[in-house]
Write a protein that binds this ligand. Structure first.
Ligand SMILES: CC(C)(COP(=O)(O)OP(=O)(O)OC[C@H]1O[C@@H](n2cnc3c(N)ncnc32)[C@H](O)[C@@H]1OP(=O)(O)O)[C@@H](O)C(=O)NCCC(=O)NCCS
Length: 277
């Protein structure tokens, strides 16, 4: 077994392996999007993408990205038949090594006790998270002013908000994310912010104050397909502004998993995305 940089031809095997390790049954569309995301990260962060190779088969994967001085882990799994042999530790060491020089680290963890063990032992602080799920009660939607659909012309605003709220932009990921989701922006005298609305729900949101964040979340929930289930995930207790909106919109609140952070507090008001932090 050796740990080596991921190559584009490893992506389909990495997709299968992560689906098996996470126990998720991905649809064809989801599978395609997963592969597209990893190919995107292979382009932006080739030094952060690693596989464990055993007799020319991919048995483990770790994908990390660096945005300014923030390191983010995007995917991490070892094939069930190869776990408990040190493969996961070696992969995480390689991915963390890519973050050398970064001041902060962030990842969203599944509630997997073995993954949590690895993250804590690598020095991350584990913050339990909640999620809002369900069908939005459209009769509860308020009229929201000041929020509009964003374009490429708004990306400097997005970067400024990201820098202020979490200390790092998502700049290399904008084109990829916007191809798959809708950007909402709010730019008022009192504050600014943005939200990324994907098929599954509000996938990321940042704002310079809670009132703007709440406007954006209401606008994001209003854009979800009527009658279809939606979600807002990765909410630590710092995001009560989001929990209050979700409950008022008729969504239910449950435990989600963990936000694992190194050398930083949970950014707020902020909804981290699972894939890009
Ligand atoms: C999390 C995960 C990647 C860990 O992978 P793994 O290969 O089992 O991890 P390791 O083998 O390195 O570590 C497990 C333990 O085995 C030990 N170990 C056993 N044999 C070993 C050997 N020969 N060499 C080194 N370590 C060994 C490790 O020291 C470690 O113990 P420790 O926690 O006391 O240090 C794996 O459990 C997984 O894929 N989980 C499901 C997917 C998932 O949830 N991923 C996270 C997404 S957020």
């Amino acid at each position: 077994m050796r740990i080596r940089p991921m190559r584009p031809e490893d992506v389909p095997a990495a997709e299968r392996l992560t689906a098996l390790a996470y126990g998720t049954d991905r649809t064809d569309d989801w599978r395609r999007r997963w592969c597209d995301r990893i190919r995107h990260l292979l382009t932006t962060d080739p030094g952060g993408c690693w596989v464990a190779d055993s007799d020319a088969a991919v048995v483990g994967v770790a994908v990390a990205l660096r945005r300014d001085l923030l390191w983010v882990l995007s995917s991490y799994a070892v094939h069930l038949d190869h776990q408990h042999r040190g493969v996961g530790t070696a992969l995480l060491d390689a991915a963390v090594g890519y973050g050398a020089g970064c001041l902060r680290g962030m990842l969203t963890s599944r509630p997997d006790h073995q993954a949590l063990r690895r993250y804590r032992r690598a020095g991350f602080t584990l913050h339990p998270t909640m999620q809002l799920t369900g069908v939005v009660d459209r009769s509860a939607l308020p009229a929201v002013d000041g929020v509009r659909v964003g374009t490429a012309a708004d990306l400097d605003l997005v970067d400024s908000v990201d820098r202020r709220v979490r200390g790092a932009t998502h700049r290399p990921d904008h084109a990829f994310v916007m191809a798959h989701s809708t950007l909402l922006v709010c730019d008022l005298l009192t504050g600014s912010g943005y939200a990324v609305v994907a098929e599954c729900g509000v996938a990321r949101l940042a704002a310079t104050n809670r009132a703007v964040a709440q406007r954006l979340l209401w606008a994001g929930l209003a854009r979800t397909t009527p009658g279809s289930p939606t979600n807002v995930r990765n909410l630590t207790s710092d995001q009560e502004w989001a929990i209050d909106v979700g409950l008022a919109a008729g969504l239910r609140l449950d435990l989600d998993a963990y936000l694992a952070l190194r050398h930083m507090r949970p950014p707020a008001p902020y909804v981290p995305s699972t894939a890009f932090g």
